[in-house]
Design a protein around this ligand. Structure first.
Ligand code: GLA
Length: 374
C-alpha cells in the first residue's frame, strides 16, 4: 500500500513539475485592449499531448507555440511578444501574423487586372510588401473559439482597401490536432475580381524563441526549382534549378552550411529569402513542402501545403533590436519562416500560377505545421 502511495505521489510530482515546464509565460490579460474600436484578446488551443498554442485576433498572430523536445521538455518555439503593446510597437511587423492581401512583394506596388491598373502602397521601397501599410496582420479580426482546439478568425476587407479591388470576406481556421498538427485553413470570397495570396508569418526557432541562431537547423525543401530575384527581391520571372547551388535543400542540409557562400542570390536576400517552387505529388491536394530538424532538442517540424510555393526566410533582417518574450533579444538569423504561398509578384507574371480570385470562386489555402521529435 505504502509503495503504491509513494509511486502515485511520484507520478503526481512529475506531472505537476512537467506542467510547470510546459506552461506558457503568456498571460491573456496582457492582450485585452481595444484597438481600432475592436476588442483584442488572446485564445489558447491545447491538445491531449500538452501542445499549446496562443493566438491573438490582432493580426491573427500566433503568439506562442509550446512544443516538446525529445525528453518531453516544452519550449515556446515562435518569436513574438508577451503583450499586445509589444506587437503594436514592434519594428518587425510580421511575427506570427496572418499576411494579406498579398503575402510577399508586388513590384513597384502596381498590377493590372482585366485591363485596369491598380496602385498599392510602397512600404518596402520600391515595392509593396505583405499587403501594404496596414495589411491583415495589423487588423483586428472577429474571433470564434470552437472548443479546446480550434479557433476561427474572420475579417471583411472593404473594396479598394490598401488599393486592392473587391470586398473580401476572409476566414482563417486554426486547428491543433491530437496528432500534433497545427492546421491553418484560409477561405475567402470577393465581390469583384482581385488578387489574393494569404500566408502565415511565424518565425520558428526549434531551440526555443530567443535561444540562439538557427544555423544548425537541418532543412529539407521539397523543391527542385526556385524563383531567383533581383536586388529588390522581386522574381526575375525565371524558374531555375537549385541543383549545384546553395539553394539545393532536396537533401537535408543545415541552414548555415552554405548561407555565407559568395552567390549573387544570397547577396540579394542577405541569405535565404526566396520562393521555392514545390514538387507536387500528382493527385494530392496537400503535400510535403519542407521540414526542419534541430539535432540538439530533437524537435522536428514538417510543413504541408496545397500551395505551389514556399518562401524560405532566415531572419536576415533581425538585428537584436527586437526584445521579445522573456526579455530575450531576437538576433540576426535567430529564426526561420516557411511561408506557404503563391509566388511573389505573381500579378505581374502571367506564367506564374494565377493569384486571381473572381466573384463566385472560393479561395482555399492550407498550411499544416506538424511537430514530432527524433
Ligand atoms: C518576408 C520577406 C522578407 C522580409 C520578411 C519580413 O519573408 O520575403 O524579405 O520582408 O518577410 O521582415
Amino acid at each position: 500500500m505504502r509503495i503504491i502511495t509513494l509511486a502515485l505521489l511520484a507520478v503526481f510530482a512529475f506531472a505537476s513539475c512537467n506542467q510547470k515546464i510546459s506552461k506558457t509565460v503568456i498571460k491573456p490579460e496582457a492582450f485585452h485592449k481595444m484597438v481600432d474600436g475592436k476588442q483584442v484578446e488572446l485564445f489558447t488551443l491545447k491538445n491531449k499531448n500538452g501542445l499549446e498554442i496562443a493566438i491573438t485576433n490582432y493580426g491573427g498572430r500566433i503568439v506562442s507555440l509550446m512544443v516538446p523536445d525529445k525528453s518531453g521538455k516544452m519550449e515556446d518555439i515562435v518569436l513574438g511578444y508577451e503583450t499586445i503593446d509589444g506587437y503594436l510597437n514592434a519594428n518587425e511587423q510580421y511575427f506570427g501574423g496572418s499576411i494579406g492581401r498579398y503575402g510577399n512583394r508586388i513590384a513597384n506596388g502596381k498590377f493590372s487586372l482585366d485591363s485596369i491598373e491598380y496602385k498599392l502602397a510602397i512600404n518596402n521601397k520600391p515595392n509593396s510588401l505583405h499587403g501594404g501599410v496596414k495589411g491583415f496582420s495589423a487588423k483586428v479580426w472577429d474571433a470564434v473559439l470552437k472548443g479546446n482546439n480550434e479557433l476561427e478568425l474572420l475579417l471583411v476587407s472593404p473594396d479598394m482597401e490598401e488599393g486592392y479591388p473587391g470586398e473580401l470576406k476572409v476566414k482563417v481556421n486554426y486547428k491543433l490536432t491530437d496528432s500534433n498538427e497545427l492546421t491553418l485553413t484560409y477561405r475567402a470570397e470577393t465581390s469583384k475580381p482581385t488578387v489574393l495570396n494569404l500566408t502565415n508569418h511565424s518565425y520558428f526557432n526549434l531551440h526555443g524563441a530567443g535561444n540562439g541562431d538557427i544555423l544548425d537547423h537541418e532543412v529539407f525543401l521539397n523543391a527542385d526549382k526556385y524563383t531567383p530575384v533581383d536586388s529588390t527581391l522581386i522574381p526575375t520571372g525565371k524558374i531555375e534549378t537549385v541543383i549545384g547551388t546553395p539553394f539545393d535543400f532536396t537533401t537535408p542540409a543545415t541552414v548555415g552550411a552554405r548561407i555565407n557562400e559568395k552567390n549573387e542570390q544570397l547577396a540579394f536576400g542577405l541569405g535565404y529569402d526566396h520562393n521555392f517552387v514545390l514538387n507536387k505529388v500528382d493527385g494530392k491536394a496537400v503535400s510535403l513542402a519542407a521540414s526542419v530538424y534541430d539535432p540538439q532538442s530533437g524537435r522536428f517540424m514538417e510543413v504541408f501545403t496545397n500551395e505551389p510555393g514556399v518562401q524560405f526566410y532566415c531572419g536576415n533582417f533581425l538585428k537584436g533590436k527586437e526584445i521579445g518574450k522573456q526579455n530575450k533579444p531576437y538576433n540576426y538569423r535567430s529564426a526561420l519562416c516557411f511561408e506557404t504561398q503563391h509566388f511573389p509578384d505573381s500579378p505581374n507574371h502571367a506564367d506564374f500560377p494565377t493569384v486571381v480570385l473572381r466573384p463566385g470562386e472560393i479561395y482555399n489555402s492550407v498550411c499544416i505545421y506538424k511537430f514530432s521529435t527524433k
